[in-house]
Design a protein around this ligand. Structure first.
Ligand code: PLP
Length: 471
């Protein structure tokens, strides 16, 4: 493809992209395809000679697009969103065009220094401790793995635990603690770190699905008495199922007393700290050793973009730094080489889209969108409560509403779960909305997240009307 062809096709694609965003509501939010439908349309062998771009683009429209779930559709209320915005998309285009691999300062000084600056901006804007150091990672899963690996490496018992150097020798047996509501990425990280799922201790939660600090303190004490080494606690601000908020201050104090690393996972809800009135959720956060949230979930920034903060930069670097001759530069002592701040060597230029978003919207612009989302959730909750046929299954702390049809006389636990599952399937079947579920106290619970950048009251009202029409 010549650059003149590239120019022509790029213009064509930008027009398509703007049309797509303008008309996104005309697509079914979730495609109506069966497993294998797309695969069958793709040749088993790759082309041996290059193909015409128009043909490739036609196939994108005819084969790929009908099999896509449209995450930027305002009816997308499933999981947690991975919201995006035009300035973020434009930055991604520039990132892709420059195609820089930003592993060390020298491989793109501007990328390293912009990353340093936007991480400082985010910390200030969310009220995070000024002395923390930030780095962009791909996902929250990776950031949590980094936290557990750093805690493991940092565990200070006469060099015995320097696992990076010595490997595992079977001892000591570390223990990691989280609540029974914690995201599955914590167990994955514990497995990868060689600690083992059996040593991930799930602490009981209260009626609001938040970790019980007293139960945590008891588990740690029991483990210590039994010869285990309590290593790390992962607390969550905004659990995936129900947006529960673990009490960070009480948990942090227990961690401090026990010299245990505290990692706080605020993957989704962390964006809400941009709003001063939601900072209460983070009371005690300065007690944490590491903290993660995803601008790629709710902060208008394309996937992937994860903000990871640590209190002790030296501990992070000790865990990940490795210095082969071919990567040494004379500036290594005075610059940030972000390859040493995480797992991969190669790194995308992710700071650019964050910079575009922060500058295009300004903090006030983002705050207005977040407040709008909270108000939509409250409105929807109000409709459900007033109607009387539904139960709100967890406090609506932010913009997630967990709800369930109340059991009717004669319903068994199975039959009411089935009714709720059928209701959600019927909603999704329309192609206008996409909701997903969880189980809370054994009850099938429908989740509706109002975090789509372009979601308006009419979409929420439309969902409510649809639900009423299906009952
Ligand atoms: N932590 C929480 C609380 C989450 O809700 C999620 C995903 O929804 C994750 C971690 C994992 O996020 P990522 O996909 O960035 O690894």
């Amino acid at each position: 493809m010549t650059t003149s062809d590239f120019r022509q096709y790029a213009h064509q694609l930008v027009d398509w992209m703007a049309d797509y965003l303008e008309n996104i509501e005309q697509y079914p939010v979730k495609p109506n395809v069966q497993p294998g439908d797309i695969l069958r349309q793709l040749p088993a062998k790759p082309p041996t000679v290059g193909e015409n771009f128009q043909q490739i683009f036609t196939d994108f429209q005819q084969i790929i697009l009908p099999g896509m779930t449209h995450w930027q559709h305002p009816g997308f209320m499933a999981y947690f969103p991975a919201n995006s915005s035009p300035p973020s998309v434009l930055a991604e285009m520039l990132t892709a065009t420059m195609a820089a691999q930003c592993m060390i300062w020298q491989t793109s000084p501007a990328a390293a220094e912009l990353e340093e600056r936007v991480m400082q901006w985010l910390a200030q804007s969310c009220g995070l401790p000024a002395e923390w150091h930030g780095v962009i990672q791909d996902t929250a899963s990776t950031a949590t793995l980094c936290a557990i690996l750093t805690a493991r490496e940092n565990y200070d018992i006469a060099q015995l635990c320097r696992i990076n150097q010595k490997g595992f020798s079977g001892q000591p047996v570390f223990r990691v603690y989280c609540s029974s509501e914690t995201h599955s990425s914590i167990e994955k990280a514990v497995r990868i770190a060689g600690i083992g799922s059996e040593n991930l201790i799930k602490v009981a939660t209260d009626k609001n699905f938040a970790m019980q600090p007293q139960a945590l303190a008891e588990k740690i004490a029991q483990d210590r008495a039994a010869g285990y080494l309590p290593l790390c606690v992962v607390a969550t601000i905004g659990t995936t199922s129900s947006m529960a908020i673990d009490p960070i201050e009480a948990i942090g104090n227990i961690c401090k007393e026990n010299q245990v690393w505290l990692h706080v996972d605020a993957a989704y809800a962390g964006t809400a700290l941009l709003l001063p009135e939601y900072r209460y959720m983070a009371a005690g956060l300065p007690l944490a050793d590491s903290y993660v949230f995803n601008p790629h979930k709710w902060m208008l920034t394309n996937f992937d973009c994860t903000a990871y903060y640590v209190k002790d930069k030296a501990a992070l670097l000790r865990t990940f730094e490795i210095m082969p001759e071919y990567l040494k530069t004379p500036l290594d002592k005075i610059v940030n080489n972000y390859r040493d701040w995480g797992i991969p060597l190669g790194r995308r230029f992710r700071a650019l889209k964050l910079w575009f978003v922060l500058r295009s919207y300004g903090l006030e612009g983002i705050q207005a969108i977040l407040r709008h989302h909270m108000a939509l959730a409250k409105q929807f909750e109000q409709w459900l409560l007033t109607d009387g046929r539904f139960e709100i299954m967890a406090p609506v702390n932010l913009n997630l509403v967990c709800f369930s049809l109340k059991p009717a006389p004669g319903d068994t636990p199975e039959s009411i779960n089935q009714k709720n599952s059928d209701l959600m399937a019927a909603i999704n079947q329309t192609g206008r909305y996409f909701l997903t579920h969880t189980k809370l106290n054994g009850r099938y619970t429908i989740r509706a997240v109002f975090g789509q950048v372009n979601v308006e009251e009419r979409h929420v009202a439309g969902l409510w009307e649809l639900i009423c029409s299906l009952l």
